[in-house]
Structures are given as C-alpha cells and as structure tokens.
Design a protein around this ligand. Structure first.
Ligand code: MD6
Ligand code: FE
Length: 211
C-alpha cells in the first residue's frame, strides 16, 4: 500500500490544453463497466489504414458517430461497419464526465456526440497525428486514460515541431481545444504491465463533437 500517494496535479500543456490529474479516478469502475457494455455491442477491432497497413491500436466507438479508418480513408460514420448497426449509445456517465472535465478546463457547454475508444497492449503505439476529421473544430477534445500508464507525445502545430513527452496515468484527463486544437500528438509504444482494474491494457476514451 502506498502511504504517501502524490496528490493529483493539473498541468497546463499549452494555451488551450490542460492535463487534469486523475480527474476521472473516482469514476473509474463505472467507466470501465460502461465500456464493457459498449464493447459487447461493438467489439474492439484493429482498423485498416488508407496506405494498406493496420493500426496497432484496437478501436471501437460509442455515440451518434464513430471514427472509422479503412482503405478509403478516415471519416466519422453513424454505423459500425463491422455490425452494420449504429454505434452503441454514449453511456450517460461518459458524457457527464466529459462535460465536467471540459468545464474544469475552461470549455463550458461541451456536449460530445462521439467517443473513440482506444485499447493499447504492450508495444502498441499511436504515431504522431492531428485530429481534424471532426466537423466542429471549435469544440475541444476530452481524453481519458484508464489502466496502464502511457507516454503522451505532445508536439506543436507542425509535424516537425519538437515534441515534449508527458506521462499519463490511470484517471488522467487531457482537455484541449482553442489554439491547441490542431496540435500534433501521439503515444509511445506501451510498456508491459499489470493494472489492478484493466490487467495488461491501457484504454483511452476521446470525446469529440464530430457531426
Ligand atoms: C491516446 N489520444 O491517448 C490517444 N487525440 O491514447 C489521442 O490521439 C488524442 O488524447 C486528440 C485529443 C486527445 C487525445
Ligand atoms: Fe488524437
């Protein structure tokens, strides 16, 4: 048992971007239970990329729209291509957490319509990218980390900008929007581990306003 646990700390990454330390920790079991129900309806899968590869991150979605990658490109789609049905509804506890975190970071009134769920296991990585498929780029993105820690790569507005690296732990929430909305970012290859609630896995939930 850890007798002197570090208190949660917030960190301003850039204007418009804030790490809310362990903001989601008290909701963790409820979030993971809701996540299991989403995954039962729309399973996690590794999507194909336009260049003929396959993503190492496993993904699914909930909400009115889901982020999809295939040979034709990236898009938001109201239907899960694997099931042919709409994505599972956004669990109320997901939307509520996203709205509260956005408000805490200065983006009051954020109501997400899409949640992309990423699953990482050892060695899984997400290469440097911008999130630009959402229609409403005025809205922020709220990103929730659950399970194993990860190293978040935080760049700048151009791909070549030298990135900094920030450790994200279970319960951390990153909110970014405004002048930071188009920041290049990624996740370094995940280190092996065993988390009390998720075992060998890190989940990331990213809430967006996509439609
Ligand atoms: C991840 N996150 O943390 C990947 N994108 O696993 C993202 O790609 C991301 O955290 C946009 C906004 C916040 C994010
Ligand atoms: Fe992203």
């Amino acid at each position: 048992m850890m007798l002197f646990e570090d208190p949660p700390q917030n960190l301003a990454l850039a204007p418009g971007a804030m790490l809310l330390g362990r903001f989601a920790e008290t909701a963790d079991r409820a979030l993971l239970a809701a996540l299991a129900r989403v995954v039962a309806a729309s399973p996690i899968r590794r999507m194909n990329t336009p260049n003929g590869g396959q993503m190492s991150v496993g993904m699914t979605n909930c909400g009115a729209a889901g982020w999809v990658s295939d040979r034709t490109g990236y898009r938001y789609d109201r239907l899960d291509p694997e099931t042919g049905r709409p994505w599972p509804a956004m669990p109320p506890g997901f939307a509520d957490l996203a709205t509260r975190a956005a408000t805490a970071a200065g983006f009051a009134g954020f109501v997400p319509d899409a949640c992309l769920i990423n699953r990482y296991t050892a060695q899984t990585r997400l290469s440097l990218h911008q999130d630009h498929n959402e229609r409403d780029l005025a809205a922020p993105i709220v990103s929730v980390s659950l399970g194993l820690p990860a190293v978040f790569v935080w760049g700048g507005p151009r791909r070549a900008d030298r990135p900094r690296r920030v450790r994200l732990v279970h319960g951390d929430v990153v909110v970014w929007g405004g002048p930071a909305r188009m920041t290049f970012h990624g996740i370094d290859p995940l280190r092996e581990g065993d988390h009390a609630l998720t075992g060998p896995v890190r989940y990331n939930l990213t809430f967006r306003r996509a439609l």
